[in-house]
Design a protein around this ligand. Structure first.
Ligand code: PGA
Length: 238
């Protein structure tokens, strides 16, 4: 586990972009696992800047996203499809057909989960997975539970996640209550993991996840067992 403590959101975003840029440089056709949420927006803006100035080429990069709300179409501006198009895909030279986000409109979500994991395996596995962390320790939408769920699956979102995400919707009643998310095995199988967290509100959960017990009550704690994790924060973790 490597911790990089930065002084600001901007520095966290630049350092995160450095790691993703290095991954793309050493393997131009790498499979990136991507995340949504407020945290990686600055990192994506930095990748866009580097791509547009010509120092970072996405023409061979492939990507899979962690999760998507159930019941929102890709065109809905609250969907994670839309988020990725807006913040990254439409602004860099990644071929659109190389990108994949779970289909939250699939009639058979269990089948969509199986197909998603099969796609990742068929693509050779994720080279670098980018993660944020929820205030409750979730990664992707793997919510605190009695057990870890291995495969990509449909979840009921917890009250705390619904409340946290309500800021992005007109009202809390519009926040979907279900999502489809890569599971813990899908995430842990990534060759490298980069977790970014900013703001003192995340300090306690980051400490708990990386220095507390490994437990499904804090899904991110499983990352303690991964051999190649980098955590970048803008707050002290000791
Ligand atoms: P945030 O979400 O970046 O919007 O805080 C992180 C997460 O819930 O994984």
């Amino acid at each position: 586990m490597k911790f990089i403590v930065t002084k600001s959101y901007e520095e966290m975003s630049r350092k995160g972009a450095d790691l993703i840029g290095a991954q793309v440089l050493v393997k131009p056709n790498c499979l990136l696992g991507l995340a949504t949420g407020s945290t990686p927006i600055g990192l994506y803006a930095e990748l866009v800047r580097r791509n547009q100035e010509g120092s970072l080429d996405f023409s061979k990069v492939r990507s899979v996203n962690l999760d998507e709300y159930c019941g929102l179409s890709p065109e809905s501006d609250q969907s994670y499809h839309y988020f990725m198009n807006y913040h990254l895909f439409s602004k860099v030279n990644i071929p659109f057909e190389n990108t994949r986000v779970p289909n939250g409109l699939a009639e058979d979500l269990a089948q969509e989960g199986l197909a998603y994991d099969a796609y990742i395996a068929q693509q050779g596995g994720i080279d670098l997975q980018l993660l944020g962390i929820g205030h409750n320790g979730h990664i992707g939408f793997n919510e605190p539970d009695d057990v870890f769920t291995a495969a990509t699956h449909c979840v009921d979102l917890t009250e705390s996640t619904i409340t946290a995400n309500a800021r992005l919707f007109a009202s809390i009643d519009e926040v979907p209550t279900k999502a489809i998310t890569m599971g813990m095995r899908s995430i842990m199988a990534a060759k490298k993991i980069l977790l970014v967290a900013n703001g003192l509100g995340k300090q306690e959960i980051v400490k708990q996840a990386f220095f507390g017990p490994v437990t499904p009550k804090c899904p991110a704690s499983l990352l303690q067992l991964h051999p190649d994790v980098t955590v970048i924060t803008d707050f002290d973790v000791e």
